[in-house]
Design a protein around this ligand. Structure first.
Ligand SMILES: [Zn+2]
Length: 298
């Protein structure tokens, strides 16, 4: 069934040749939307005729005229689809993505407009939860946005605690996920691990007591002395890099917004060796996922 033409690669000249007009973009969206066949959004019928505009489809039964963007994250976007595709391409393929300030300069849009679109992209970047981490997985927590002396207290003010899990291999590291938590207790650490780590994984944490009760659910959980981080070198490098990136883009952002950035960071990070396919994947998610109901205020 999957025979639509997909854009792949990171070459912006090729991207510009592939998507030249608004029609190129709307056709691409239509191809994704109906790649498994057509079903009327209104009545569920599977028969259609041409709609009122190119690429629209009109239900034969109830006459509902559907545009490719209806019911997708591209619904009611305030600028052209060509600009939207360019933004998605940059965010998907640039190593560090692009801040809303950079986007607003490059595409001549208000920063607020860029922010609400980027928020949708970040939503599409959240983990599908279909591929939990496996093998050896290191787990740790850290603070962001405030003095860092304290450890494991309650999240206060603008400071946020983040739990992170990283696959550690013989040579190098694999994928990673991170989430904001209120407290480093077994309930919150456990719910993060349940979402993102395979039950059979060999999990390595430091000796924090919050992890102790989780040994029941994760028989392969081991607690090692941190030795001032020596035993957790890989995860500390990951944290350092992520903090550097976050510092560059966020100042005062809410919990939800911060989670969006963590999702964005790891969407790219987990696909760092095949960034050429991330544009199509991201676009597909933005077409298939329901439009965001969250109003951005940042
Ligand atoms: Zn219908």
């Amino acid at each position: 069934m999957e025979n639509r033409d997909k854009f792949a690669g990171m070459n912006s000249i090729k991207f510009n040749q592939y998507f030249k007009t608004e029609d190129d973009c709307i056709r691409y969206i239509a191809d994704i939307k109906w790649e498994e066949g057509y079903t009327c959004r209104n009545c569920g019928s599977e028969k259609y005729i041409k709609g009122s505009k190119p690429h629209n489809r009109r239900c034969l039964k109830c006459k509902y005229n559907e545009s490719p963007t209806a019911g997708t994250m591209f619904d009611k976007v305030k600028f052209s689809l060509l600009v939207a595709f360019h933004i998605i391409f940059k965010i998907a393929t640039k190593k560090k993505g692009m801040s809303t300030l950079e986007l607003s300069r490059e595409f001549d849009l208000r920063q607020k407009t860029c922010w609400s679109f980027k928020w949708k992209i970040q939503e599409a970047m959240q983990s599908s939860l279909q591929h939990p981490l496996t093998g050896e997985v290191h787990v740790d927590e850290f603070w962001i946005g405030g003095p860092e002396e304290e450890k494991r207290g309650r999240s206060l003010g603008n400071k946020k605690m983040i739990v992170i899990a990283l696959e550690v291999m013989d040579k190098g590291v694999g994928r990673a996920y991170a989430e904001i938590i209120e407290k480093a207790n077994s309930k919150e650490l456990g719910s993060f691990m349940k979402k993102h780590i395979d039950k059979k994984a060999r999990i390595v944490t430091d000796e924090w007591r919050g992890y102790l009760p989780l040994k029941k659910e994760y028989p392969n959980l081991e607690q090692h002395k941190s030795e001032e981080g020596k035993n957790f070198k890989d995860i500390h490098i990951h944290i350092m890099n992520m903090k550097g990136w976050l510092r560059g883009i966020h100042h005062h952002c809410s919990k939800e917004h911060m989670q969006g950035y963590l999702n964005e960071y790891h969407y790219r990070y987990n696909r760092r060796n095949h960034l050429g396919t991330t544009f199509d994947l991201l676009l597909k998610r933005m077409v298939k996922n329901k439009p965001s109901r969250i109003k951005s205020t940042n």
